[in-house]
Design a protein around this ligand. Structure first.
Ligand SMILES: Nc1nc2c(c(=O)[nH]1)N[C@H]1C(S)=C(S)[C@@H](COP(=O)(O)O)O[C@H]1N2
Ligand SMILES: [Mo]
Length: 404
């Protein structure tokens, strides 16, 4: 059913854009609107679920004044499966990216409804019309700020995590109401589904056909997938021309998020007097040189760095298990620990491990990657590597392990 002009307008509104016949493209139709709606429901749903998970795992979500601890959840985040966070965050960035053309196509298809006559048709329609501005504003804000974040471009004067997080809740709320208001249309389109003709451009009007608008949106989404997903899906790396990081490009063959010079740690990290300190609730505080660390039991683990910006890479790390350090210092039971960097205080200069993470045999203070000493930009002399954790918590240039 064509959208926006399925009625006779009164005289006052008999002119464009309210008049019948203003929108001639066949694409302004409830069928492509419903199909795009289904695709957007899936991509936004996936993006929301994976984003929520990622948000809760990072710092227990404290950036928004809501802590995972408040629901007793932080202690439950475990180290298995080791790549769960990686898959979730990959899906988050990919689903958000491919939703961009779907959203633009959807707006093109339905914008004649802005000029529907009469302006409101019943309660369901009224609720929908009131929530739509929220939905559009929220969806645009989420996708634009997300893409900017992935591109390491921070032009706003406010904190990304807080705003992105709260607008996600608002947008999902508006989306649920919109789905409620439109489910009957989706049902109608689904029951009447038919194979559309192969025509992409309507001959009579020279405008996009129903099939055409879906093909255009689908192709654009597919191309975006192909040119960005290689940031995390290794076989696609060579197509990933729009990815901000390529998993095999950087010192020692993988990306650097923040180099030592930018973090301001070069001098402290290169200092021959460097000592790793183990402090806090222990029988014996420790100060260990790189030589001391190398003389302890060495363990290896194959673990991914999974950046919240969507790139990820798996490497073989070698070093000392945190639990061996805790044993050496005489820590009691299975404590939580805090890892502090040489880097001057910043949100990235510290991370916390729950007891399960601290006790895992593959939670490492790594001193090698693929058998080589760490490059300065990858955290030399010592970095944290924990399974199933966001990249942002894999603290580089570790100075201190605080036992809680
Ligand atoms: N001290 C410190 N550690 C840090 C960071 C940082 O800025 N400072 N960046 C984190 C982020 S966001 C990521 S994704 C990983 C990236 O590790 P890499 O630079 O070795 O690839 O390091 C993490 N560790
Ligand atoms: Mo990151």
């Amino acid at each position: 059913m064509a959208l926006g002009h399925d009625h006779t307008a009164p005289r006052a509104a008999a002119r464009a854009p309210f008049a019948e016949g203003t929108f001639t493209a066949e694409a302004h139709d409830e069928a492509p609107a419903a199909w795009l709606g289904i695709a957007l429901g899936i991509t936004f749903g996936l993006c929301f679920a994976t984003g929520l998970l990622s948000h809760l795992v990072q710092h227990g979500g404290t950036a928004t004044g809501f802590s995972f601890d408040d629901v007793g959840g932080w202690a439950l985040w475990g180290v298995r499966p080791a790549g769960l966070y990686r898959v979730g965050q990959g899906l988050h960035v990919i689903s958000g990216t491919i939703a961009v053309p779907l959203l633009l196509a959807k707006l093109y298809v339905v914008y004649p409804l802005l000029f529907q006559w009469p302006p409101v048709k019943g309660v369901r329609n009224l609720i929908d019309r009131l929530t739509i501005p929220l939905l559009i504003a929220g969806a645009f804000f989420l996708l634009i700020s997300g893409v900017q974040n992935v591109a390491y471009w921070y032009p706003w004067g406010f904190g990304f995590p807080v705003t992105h997080y709260w607008s996600a809740w608002i947008t999902i709320g508006a989306l649920v109401m919109h789905i409620g208001a439109k489910s009957h249309v989706v049902g109608r389109v689904w029951r009447a589904r038919r194979r559309e003709g192969a025509v992409l451009v309507d001959e009579d009007t020279g405008q996009l056909s129903r099939r055409g608008v879906l093909a255009l949106a689908g192709t654009a989404s597919g191309l975006l997938f192909l040119t960005t997903a290689g940031a995390t899906i290794r076989p696609l790396e060579r197509f990933a021309v729009f990815a901000s990081r390529r998993p095999s490009v950087g010192p020692q063959g993988f990306p650097v998020n923040k180099p030592a010079s930018v973090a301001g740690v070069t001098e402290a990290a290169m200092d021959p007097g460097y000592r790793l300190r183990v402090t806090g609730n222990v029988a014996q505080e420790l100060e260990l040189s790189i030589g001391d660390l190398a003389a302890m039991t060495q363990r290896e683990a194959v673990l991914p760095i999974s950046c919240v910006e969507g790139w990820s890479v798996q490497k073989r790390w070698g070093g000392v298990a945190i639990r061996d350090l805790l044993d050496a210092a005489g820590a009691d039971g299975t404590p939580a620990v805090q890892i502090v960097s040489l880097q001057p205080p910043s949100p990235y200069a510290m991370s916390s491990l729950n007891p399960a993470q601290a006790a895992a045999g593959d939670s490492l203070l790594a001193i090698t990657v693929e058998g080589e000493p760490l490059h300065l930009d990858h955290g030399f002399p010592v970095r944290l590597m924990v399974a199933n954790n966001p990249g942002v918590t894999q603290t580089k240039w570790v100075a201190e392990v605080q036992v809680l």
